[in-house]
Design a protein around this ligand. Structure first.
Ligand code: SD4
Length: 290
């Protein structure tokens, strides 16, 4: 048995990370802890990039993306789902109850309704008002930090020493209708290999997809890097390929089998939460740019 369970997540989602960490301390499995943890943000209507209250696409539809991966290497994902709040839990249902890995759009929504999820309006008056305001200029420009990037990716190591993860988002505000980012794509927004560790991403999803960021980090750890070194190398990979990196943020978090953690980002301003030895703290992440 591992001495200490560890939970980490993107951004300063104190409560979500504490919920996961405390469940791990009680002996819950990592997959259950991460799904309960990220649900806190999916249900938080003040968070405009995850779940209910998420910013809509440019046509006013809130469409959610999520994936989960467990210690056995099983995974599930949903993309572009409307009217369902807890899409990480839905991704787990896809993993557990279907012969598939990914369900999208209406198919995912119908599957949710048949499996006990409630249909809910995800667009809050506040998000609708912000969208109406945006429509006046329709200027699509990603913002560097939390204003537009607070997807929650969470990784957990449970007392049995098993690692699982979840990633859930409403994606970039005012994206094109039908756009899907990295967050529900296994290997990009999230990847777990229970022999090695796990990684998750937040930020400009297109850039994470192009470099298959989370899979890359796990493979770098397999080849001997620490979680910190692997996150740094994955950010360097993006930066070296794209001179436009000054205009967008990407941040990674990672954990290995020993419970060592790491995080790195392009621009200053990203924080990771870490729950370890019953202590839940925010860690300011080093950045490529100063
Ligand atoms: C995406 N990576 O859809 C997500 C966006 C994000 O906080 O991280 N938002 O590209």
């Amino acid at each position: 048995m591992k001495e200490h369970a560890v939970a980490i997540c993107t951004w300063e989602f104190t409560k979500a990370n504490a919920v996961a960490g405390e469940l791990l301390d009680k002996g819950y499995e990592a997959i259950d802890a991460v799904i309960a943890g990220v649900a806190v943000e999916e249900e938080n209507i003040k968070n405009t990039t995850v779940g209910k209250g998420g910013s809509p696409d440019r046509e006013g539809n809130v469409t959610l993306d999520a994936c989960v991966m467990d210690h056995t290497g099983n995974c599930g994902a949903v993309m572009c789902v409307e009217n369902i709040t807890n899409v990480a839990a839905l991704a787990r249902e896809v993993m557990n109850k279907t012969p598939h890995v990914i369900l999208t759009g209406k198919g995912a929504e119908d599957f949710a309704l048949k499996n006990g999820f409630n249909a809910e309006k995800l667009l809050t008056p506040e998000s609708e008002e912000a969208w109406q305001e945006w429509l006046k200029t329709s200027d699509y420009k990603p913002l560097i930090n939390i204003e537009n990037h607070d997807t929650i990716g969470m990784l957990a190591l449970d007392k049995k020493g098993n690692i699982s993860g979840a990633c859930t988002t409403s994606g970039l505000a005012y994206k094109m209708k039908g756009r899907v980012g990295d967050s529900p794509i296994i290997g990009s927004g999230l990847f777990i290999d229970n022999e090695i560790g796990g990684a998750a991403a937040t930020g400009m999803g297109e850039e994470v997809i192009k470099t298959v960021g989370s899979f890359l980090i796990v493979e770098l750890m397999r080849n001997g890097m620490s979680p910190q070194e692997a996150c740094e190398e994955a950010i360097r990979r993006i930066v070296s390929k794209n001179p436009n990196h000054v205009n967008f943020q990407v941040a990674y978090i990672a954990i290995n089998k020993k419970g060592d953690t790491g995080s790195y980002c392009i621009h200053p301003g990203f924080k990771m939460m870490q729950y370890k030895s019953q202590e839940n703290k925010a860690i300011t992440t080093d950045s490529y740019l100063r």
